[in-house]
Design a protein around this ligand. Structure first.
Ligand code: NAD
Length: 353
């Protein structure tokens, strides 16, 4: 398996380095034959190539089997004409990575603020309120007059159908419960279509229990009783917001692993951003990036029917749980280690996992 590794901005180089060490460790032990190709995106690429991402890099990623992407300082990138492209968007759109899978769970040994839970947010990743990926060329956010902005939200039957299918298929491997999160009380046509398509797909999965919740109320429900949920399927922006909340409810945004998957490509990238407030301080939690790397291996193994990749992924996840249980982790999740030391401790847990 060839994986392109792009460390990204802010805390990215610190957390991605830990994930790279872990990938190298499981490659030998599980006979994965991983080949890691290192390159740059974001600020480093802007300095070096005049653009945060380049078509040549995209070609390299297309030719590989997976991408491990660090967080990006997206907010800094304002003008595509100056090469300031949002790399996360670029890969999601160019590789059609429509399913953003964001698990959130509590771990033994860590204080569970709201009791134990284990859920997954399945977020549509290619349209919705994200005006930067809605139309073929240009953006769909327009300055109509100096005082008026219009941002278009796109919802298509095809994208609703495929994200619903991802959610139901995932639910079949878990507790067989899908919750559709929407705002169809206001966005009656767009989210109406989203709900209809989810229910339509749901009919193919009669063993899966389905319910739906309006997104604003969902914020209360998920804080009140996160253990009520299993798989939550929702549109792009709602999923982005909800998954940061569920990651933090599980203990820290630094636990927020995430896989961006399409039919032919996948990208492991932590759910959070580049965390400039803690960049370079050796305190960022590397678990989000480790989990994202583990999810990438699992995606590849499932697609190819290669058990050793799924086993490696499971070992990486077990090592996360055992590092947390032993308290050998960063401060945000109750430990006292820095990023590098947490990474070294993690490798020891991985050997035994
Ligand atoms: P953020 O997600 O970077 O940080 C939010 C808070 O969580 C901060 O207090 C940060 O220190 C903390 N945090 C994040 N990751 C952590 C980790 N691994 N361990 C411990 N604490 C962690 O959000 P922000 O500060 O609003 O955004 C910073 C930049 O990231 C912006 O430019 C934004 O556009 C970008 N962003 C990128 C992505 C992405 O690349 N996928 C996602 C979200 C935000």
């Amino acid at each position: 398996m060839k994986i392109v590794v792009l460390p990204g901005d802010g805390i990215g180089p610190e957390t991605v380095a830990v994930a790279v060490d872990a990938l190298q460790a499981v490659s030998g032990r599980f006979n994965l034959g991983l080949r890691l190709e290192h390159d740059v995106a974001g600020h480093d690429s802007l300095k070096r190539h005049g653009a945060t991402v380049t078509p040549a890099l995209l070609e390299k990623v297309k030719a590989a089997d997976g991408l491990l992407l660090g967080p990006m300082s997206t907010y800094d990138f304002k003008d595509e004409a100056k090469g300031e492209i949002n790399p996360s968007k670029y890969f999601r759109k160019s590789l059609d990575l429509y399913a953003n899978i964001r698990p959130a769970r509590t771990y033994p040994g860590m204080r569970a603020r709201l009791g134990e839970f284990d859920l997954v947010v399945v977020r549509e990743n290619t349209e919705g309120f994200y005006a930067d990926r809605n139309i073929e060329s240009g953006g769909s956010e327009m300055l109509i007059t100096p005082d008026v902005v219009v941002s278009l939200r796109r919802i298509t039957r095809q994208c609703c159908e495929r994200i619903a299918r991802s959610a139901f298929e995932l639910a079949m491997t878990r507790k067989k419960h899908v919750t559709i999160v929407h705002k169809a009380n206001v966005l009656k046509i767009g989210d109406g279509m989203f709900i209809d398509m989810c229910h339509q797909v749901g009919k193919e999965f009669p063993d899966v229990r389905v319910d739906d919740v309006i997104v604003d109320a969902m914020m209360a429900h998920v804080v009140r009783a996160p253990d009520r949920y299993d798989v939550i399927v929702t549109t792009n922006m709602f999923g982005d917001i909800l998954s940061d909340l569920t990651a933090e409810l599980s203990g820290s945004l630094g636990l927020g692993g995430s896989l961006n998957a399409g039919r032919d490509h996948a990208m492991g990238q932590a759910a959070h951003g580049s965390a400039p407030d803690i960049a370079g301080l050796d305190i960022a939690n590397p678990i989000s990036q480790l989990l994202s790397a583990a999810m990438l291996l699992n995606w590849y193994g499932q697609r190819r029917g290669q058990r050793n990749f799924m086993d490696a992924s499971a070992a990486m996840e077990r090592a996360i749980a055992s590092a947390i249980e032993s308290g050998e982790c960063t401060r945000d999740v109750g430990g006292s280690l820095g990023t590098r030391a947490a990474g070294e401790a993690y490798l020891r847990h991985l050997q035994a996992a």
